[in-house]
Design a protein around this ligand. Structure first.
Ligand code: ADP
Ligand code: MG
Length: 288
């Protein structure tokens, strides 16, 4: 049975826009040994903007038509930004066959009988397509395109930190949660840059969704450790389910993520993680 104090705690949390799915999580969150954050959509807004486009083999407009077509059914924040940009340029799309999302990589489709890959450089490298080294080394999020196995161009996108991201991490440290990790499918150099800006001690990029799960399993290897994962839900549902306290961003998050999470932050603010810990601690004072 749940001590009465927990009902008060759950109510207080809910008024702060934090939904606890049970009193046990209100208790667990006060005992965190480690916390891992997803980057895109969790600590950054996930609202990417296209910064530049470079076409290798075709006209820029034609490249954008192909990339826009490939991304038209994807709900990934990168895809959404590309769709918006292509619409803004009044570029008309092609019709596509068999669009397939490849989690952690990008999308694959067939346009005018040609195989089209759109995603991160890892996707093209996996398919043995050469990506120019200048593209591989860029410090921004980059989406590349291959047509019938040949590199066709790239789109660079920028994302911003959420307003409260710096404070969110600082506050956790003040509360004694110092083992903080940043996990992302984005490239390592960019993930390290974001971690430096946020003063997060551990940064891991180039992770597939299953790599994030393995990472969390390693963190919680000792049964006595309590590990939280905070994600926005894009491919994160399994990781949320696996951590002791799975925390999802409710606004941006997918239904699957909200379902798998133990705690849902309805306002999408990462600083609410510290608020949740404070409410948990205050609640325990009432219980005792
Ligand atoms: P993150 O860990 O940054 O939240 P995801 O696991 O959702 O990211 O995706 C990892 C990477 O896969 C993204 O950074 C992006 O490079 C690539 N990716 C995934 N889906 C798409 C897509 N629809 N279009 C382009 N790139 C994608
Ligand atoms: Mg994400």
């Amino acid at each position: 049975s749940i001590p009465l104090g927990y009902y008060g705690g759950i109510g207080a949390a809910s008024r702060a826009g934090i939904l606890f799915k049970g009193g046990n999580y209100l208790n667990a969150i006060t005992k965190l040994d480690s916390i891992a954050f997803d980057k895109t959509g969790t600590l950054t807004t996930g609202q990417f903007e296209v910064a530049s486009v470079q076409a290798a083999t075709l006209k820029k407009e034609e490249l954008l038509a192909i990339i826009g077509t490939a991304e038209q059914k994807s709900t990934h924040p990168i895809a959404q930004a590309i769709q918006q940009y292509v619409r803004g340029q009044h570029i008309s799309l092609h019709s596509a066959l068999s669009m397939q999302e490849i989690a952690g990589y990008g999308v694959e489709t067939i346009i005018d009988g040609k195989n089209v890959l759109v995603g991160n450089p890892r996707l093209l490298l996996m398919r043995k397509t050469v990506v120019p080294s200048k593209v591989l080394e860029s410090e921004m999020t980059v989406v590349v395109c291959a047509i019938d196995g040949v590199y066709a161009g790239a789109v660079w996108l920028a994302d911003k930190l959420k307003e409260d991201a710096v404070q969110a991490i600082r506050h956790l440290k003040e509360l004694g949660v110092k083992d903080i990790h940043l996990l992302s499918g984005d490239k390592q150099s960019l993930v390290e840059k974001v971690a430096r800006e946020l003063e997060i001690p551990q940064a891991h990029g180039d992770l597939l969704p299953e790599d994030k799960a393995t990472y969390i399993q390693k963190l919680s290897f000792h049964a006595t450790r309590t590990v939280a994962f905070v994600g926005d839900g894009m491919n994160d549902a399994p990781v949320l389910a696996l951590s002791n306290v799975g925390i999802a961003m409710g606004g941006l998050g997918s239904d699957a993520a909200i379902e798998s999470a133990d705690v849902v932050i309805q306002t999408d603010q990462p600083s609410k993680v510290a608020t949740a810990i404070e409410i948990g601690r205050a609640t325990q004072c009432i219980v005792w």
